[in-house]
Structures are given as C-alpha cells and as structure tokens.
Design a protein around this ligand. Structure first.
Ligand code: ADP
Ligand code: MG
Length: 695
C-alpha cells in the first residue's frame, strides 16, 4: 500500500511511469497536488443524457451513442462529419478544423458521449461537440448513475493513455491512497461566513461529486481561493508601486500645452478634458504613474496622450509613444509632426521598415536628447534605441502587445511614467482584478456629431443584395471597407482569403469600381500607397484583413462589410466597426455570416447589432468567451483562473478584497489563523510578479 502526500511526485501513483509523468509535466502537472488542482472540464451524468428522438433545437445535451459512419464532407467549407446513433435515431456531429485529426480518431462502432448545443440544418446536428470516448467500464459508470468527471484533453495526453478515463484512474487512486487531509488556508470564520465547503471537501468533490449542486459549491470555494491569491498579487504589486519614488518631476502644465490646445481644429470633450486633468495631476506626483486610459473606439484618446507627452516635454522629459502597427505609428506621427514642430517640439518616427541609416540617425538623436517624442512600433524596444531622459511611456492599443515588450520599453527609463491606452473597455470585474494595480481613466463621451453605426448581420445567401447596396452607395459617393478574417496557411484551403475575393470581385461584381487591397503580406510601401489612395478618395473599396482593426482613419468611409463575421470575437467586431462612423454621415456595417453558424456566434452577432456601447460589448464578451487571452491574462504573470468565472463570481471577488484589506492592515486583533493565511499567500505567490503595469 502506497501512502501519498500532496507534494509526492506522480510517479508514486500506480500506472504512472516515466513517459506519462513526462507528458503530465509538459502540462504543468508534476505532483499529486498539481493533478488535484487539474479540475474537470465538465461532467457526465445520467440526468443530462438525452435520447436522439427527444432532441430539440438550441438544447444543450449529452448524447451517448455509437459511431455509425464518419468522413469528410466537401463543399463550400470542408468539414468532418460523424454520424452518432443511439437506439432512437442518429445525429450529425461536425468539425470545421483538424479534419486529419478526426479522421484518425474515429473508428466505426466506437462509443462516445457528445455534449453540445443542438442545431438543425437538414437534420439535427451538433457543431464542435465536446467528446468523451467511452469504453465498457466508463459506460457502466454512467449507467450506474454516477457523475463522472471529464478532464481537459489534449492530443498529447490522449496518445499515451491519459484520456479522461486515464486521468480518472489516477485521481481515483489518489483519493483512495491520499493519507493527508488538504490543509485549509482559510480561517474557519471566513469559511462559515461564505457558506462554502472546506478545501479538502471542495477538492474531493470537484473531482467526484455526489450531486450536481455540490459541483457548483465546490467550484465557488476553489474560485474564492483563486481570486484571493490573484488579488493578493495584484494588491501587493500596487502597494509596492505606491512606495516607489521617481527621480524626475513635472511642474504645472504650461504655455506649449495651451498653444496646442488652441490650435486644435476642435474643442476637447468634457471627457477628454477630465482625462487630461487627471493625467497631469498624476504626473506631478512623486510616484511613477501607471495609468490606463480607456474609452471606446473614436472617442479621441490620442490627443489626450499627446497632451501628456507635451507635459513631459515642457519638463525636458522624453516620451516614447508605441503603437502596435506601422500604419498606426505612421499615422500618429504624420498627424502630429507639423503642429508639434510649430510649437518647438521635436518628434520622429521609428519602425522596422525604415532604412538602417535612417534608424541609426534617429536612435542617435534620441540618445542625445534631441527628440522629445519618439513615435514607433515595437522597433522602439530594440537595444540600440536609447533615451537621454525618458520620462513617459505611452502604449497605444496595449492589448496588442505582450507583457515583455511593454516591460522592455519601460526599462529604458528610470521609473518612467506609464500611460497605456485601450479601446477595448475593461469590464468592471476585470478592472478590479486583472488591472487592479493600475489607475484607470475612462472617457465616456464621444466627439459631437457622431451617429451610432447602423449594424445588421445577414447570412451569405443575400450577398448579391449586399453587393448591389454597396454599388448604390458608392454611386452616391460612399466608400467601403470589406474585411476578411486573417488566414493562416493551414486553413487557406478551407476559407476564401482576401486575395481570392479580390480576384473574384474585381473581375465581376465590382469590375467597374476602384478597389484596393491591404493585408499582412503586402509590402509597406505598396500598402501605404493604397491607404493613401483610400484616404484621398481615389479608391472606392478597400479590401483588407484585420490589419485595419487598429489604425486607418478615413472619416469619409461610411460602409463596412465583414465577411465570415461568425469567426470574429465580439470585441474585435466592435473594434472593426469603429473604423466607420467617424464623420457626420450615417454609417452602416453589414456583417456576413456563413452557415453553419454556431449558437455562440449568433449571440455575438445579435449583440453586436443591438448595441454600439463598448462597455456593454466588453461585458458581454467577457461572459461569452471568458477572460482568457483576450485581455492578456495568460501572459500577465498572474495565476490562471481555473475555477473562477469573473462574469458570475463578482460577490466572491468582493469578499476576497474585503478579506485582503484586513490582512494588509495587519490588524493586531486578528488571530493567528489570519496571520497564517497572510504567510501562506505570501509564500505561495512569492515567485510570481505582476508584470502588467510594465514596471
Ligand atoms: P481613439 O480614441 O479611437 O484612439 P482617435 O484619437 O483616433 O480615437 O480620434 C478619432 C478621431 O476623432 C480623430 O480623427 C480625431 O482627430 C477626432 N477627435 C478627437 N477628439 C475630438 C473632439 N474633441 N472633437 C472632434 N473630433 C475629435
Ligand atoms: Mg487610438
């Protein structure tokens, strides 16, 4: 008999040899404890299993059946189909990616449990279901009425026998042989107040629940622990920043700023003015600023950032202004160079496509302090770019950068102030968690005269009418964007790329219109030419991939068609929409979806058509796709949230903040269990540093 401890290596488990433990280790699972914190992705239980004869559209169900047939379906989009049958009928399961993988996976007569949302298209179908391969043993488990865990699976795990079933064997063995009660770091009164189970129970029953309700309770307990740890890191980082003192300093905003404001072709909106005041007050403090400026696409964040850069320049401090694409960096530079030089501010541009000699010249001037504002792309972070006195770092569209890139730019100064900008508003829950160590300035108004973009979504069978509509609008002097998804090589066969569409449309539907094309593989020179023609009105239609998501500013363009809109995330669709509706004229977005359209995609598109409010979009996006990569969570240096769901755990989040407030206040009346919790959090997070703020 083996006795296991939480920190025992997994090799101690029966059946886990060196090969399995190596693969588990690749997944970050080294000890018994690691595996216990590898939570099931879903559960199978009898109550959710539905007979095929009883299916209804839009229901989320689990179907248990046998593979009757499987194979590739050709057509507009190549897809893989499996016909799964039970005693009452058959249903089609469909995948649009990884055809080769599915082809190798399925064998006739295998048993599977498939979970997903039912739709109808020439019969019942489930697109991209979750799959669980069943063998006799697990089959019995289901029919014995137990709730069985289904673990996250990868091809690598499957290959060495660590499918869900394989992992179940290990976790079962662990619970039978674990001779240690998992210590609970939370003080008893806290657990009771939260009405949550103790940690040991939560871990045990998240793997092997006795009933459905227990799963949610256990998840909430584990979520609370995650949020507590997460917030501990964020708040520690914040406290550390609050005691850092910067060497440079700013006086009150002066003449140059007033001159520029007077020269602007518009008045600042109230929101912009408040933002400017908030930022300059922060710059004048003696601790470095770490501030996020957020506001919907087109609200006018750039001018606010420029005024901050001028505030720095008035104090002989340099600013690095980094944008995610060359198009955007060049646009900022071109828009601001002249007005800035007129008031004696020197600026320059540094991007990868600039010649070597030119780059060197710029870098030298910058290191000698002869440049006040250096605009650029990630080219700014290279080692040869040095500043004499970098006071302020501005990062535009911050979600497009990795944490390391931001950090590297920041490190070019001695605790410079940091202003990061985003047009993807941060939902409140995320603002509290992920960005909890940043101060946030929000612009909530829009420049006057903007009309919300009229938005509709249609399926591609009406594309003929859409082309006609566009032709009519162009005849009246309009300009249009046609947006296509980015295609990576492996998918090129499956999906019409922007290039194919260009060839097709320019010879047919738009043969008598002026059409230009930009995408990632087009040379910068050619790309600039096309963009300039578009801005100058010499091109009617700009066909593009998402390279236009950030950047292109052409107030005359009032039409946008997004092809394969079902493939885009909600926030990205909203960003794209922000390219139009910048002038006085009513703008229109037509999102074209290609069937089959998943339930989630429908919800995204419906929501897009319903609202143009970026904050509502961000909240919905968070709910629909989880915080994940969208907000840079994975690269933030923060622990992964496995159990917590920010969209529904706000109460836990707030409770964890209250508890931390007490822990940080080092309240003498707190008993030792609280001090132990502090020590526990401190030690378990000691190796992590929050890098979001770039500092
Ligand atoms: P974003 O917040 O998306 O970065 P920009 O800074 O690019 O927005 O501004 C969008 C457009 O609005 C630009 O053409 C800019 O000149 C214009 N703009 C900015 N502020 C105002 C204002 N207060 N009144 C009118 N137009 C403005
Ligand atoms: Mg912008």
């Amino acid at each position: 008999m083996n006795t296991l401890k939480l920190n025992s290596p997994l090799q101690y488990v029966k059946g886990v040899g060196p090969r399995k433990s190596e693969v588990l280790s690749n997944h970050g699972i080294n000890t018994i404890g690691d595996l216990l914190w590898y939570f099931p992705r879903q559960y199978l239980d009898r109550t959710t299993i539905v007979s095929i004869a009883d299916l209804k559209v839009d229901q989320t169900v689990t179907i248990v059946g046998q593979v009757k047939a499987h194979g590739i379906l050709h057509g507009k989009r190549k897809r893989y189909e499996v016909i799964l049958g039970d005693q009452t009928g058959a249903i089609s399961l469909l995948w649009f990616h990884g055809v080769g993988y599915w082809q190798r996976l399925f064998k006739k007569n295998q048993w599977y449990a498939a979970t997903g949302t039912v739709s109808y298209f020439q019969g019942f179908q489930i697109i991209h279901p979750d799959l669980e391969h069943l063998e006799d043993e697990s089959d019995q488990m289901i029919h014995a009425g137990r709730i069985i865990p289904v673990y996250p699976q990868t091809a690598e795990l499957n290959k060495i026998g660590l499918s869900s079933k394989g992992i179940r064997q290990i976790t079962t063995y662990i619970f039978e042989n674990l001779h240690e009660r998992i210590a609970d770091p939370l003080p008893q009164p806290e657990i009771q107040q939260l009405h949550l189970p103790e940690l040991h129970e939560a871990i045990q029953h998240i793997h092997y629940p006795e009933n459905r309700d227990q799963i949610e309770l256990c998840r909430r307990r584990l979520a609370f622990d995650e949020l507590l740890e997460f917030q501990f890191i964020v708040l520690s980082s914040r406290r550390k920043k609050e005691v850092t003192v910067k060497k440079h300093s700013y006086s009150e905003p002066g003449k140059i700023i007033r001159k520029i404001v007077k020269k602007l072709p518009f008045n600042l909106t109230t929101g912009q003015q408040i933002a400017v005041d908030e930022i300059s007050a922060d710059l004048m403090k003696n601790r470095p600023m770490t501030r996020m400026l957020q506001g919907d696409v087109g609200c006018g964040k750039t001018v606010v950032a420029i005024l901050a850069a001028l505030h720095a320049a008035e104090n002989q401090l340099q600013t690095a202004f980094m944008a995610p694409t060359e198009i955007l960096a060049e646009q900022h530079f071109r828009n601001w160079q002249q007005p800035l030089e007129e008031v004696g501010i020197r600026c320059d541009l540094l991007t990868s496509s600039i010649s070597r000699a030119e780059k060197d010249k710029t870098a030298t001037a910058c290191s000698e302090g002869k440049i006040d504002i250096l605009f650029g792309t990630h080219a700014l972070i290279y080692d040869y770019v040095l500043f004499k006195q970098l006071g302020l770092v501005i990062i535009d569209e911050q979600h497009r950068f990795g944490v390391k890139q931001r950090g590297k730019l920041h490190a070019k100064g001695d605790n410079p102030d940091l202003l990061i900008m985003t047009a993807t508003p941060i939902p409140r829950t995320l603002a509290l968690t992920l960005y909890g160590d940043l101060d946030i300035t929000t612009i909530t108004d829009m420049p006057p005269g903007r009309k919300p973009v009229r938005t509709v979504w249609r399926t591609n069978n009406v594309i003929g009418k859409v082309y006609q509509f566009i032709r009519n609008e162009i005849a009246k002097g309009g300009q249009a964007y046609f947006i296509y998804p980015l295609v990576d090589k492996s998918e090129q066969l499956e999906l019409g790329s922007v290039e194919d569409a260009y060839k097709d449309l320019t010879t047919k539907q738009f043969s008598n219109l002026r059409v230009g094309m930009v995408h990632g593989r087009i040379k910068p020179k050619e790309r600039d030419k096309v963009l300039n023609q578009f801005r100058a009105g010499e091109i009617d239609i700009l066909m593009a991939t998402t390279v236009v998501e950030v950047g292109i500013d052409n107030p005359q363009a009032t039409l946008m068609v997004i092809e394969h809109a079902e493939r885009f995330g909600l926030a990205q669709l909203h960003q794209l929409r922000g390219r139009i509706g910048r002038g006085e004229k009513q703008a229109t977005l037509i999102a074209i979806a290609h069937p089959p359209i998943s339930d989630m995609a429908r919800r995204r598109l419906d929501f897009l058509a319903q609202t143009t409010n970026g904050f509502e979009i961000a909240e919905a996006d968070l709910e629909l796709r989880g915080p994940g990569e969208l907000y840079g969570l994975k690269q933030s240096g923060l622990p992964e949230l496995r159990a917590a769901r920010l969209s529904c755990d706000r109460d836990l989040l707030e409770a964890s903040l209250l508890l931390l407030e007490r822990l940080f206040s080092i309240d003498k009346s707190l008993d030792t269990s609280y001090q132990n919790l502090y020590t526990y959090l401190y030690e378990s997070t000691a190796t992590r540093g929050l890098t979001l703020g770039g500092g």
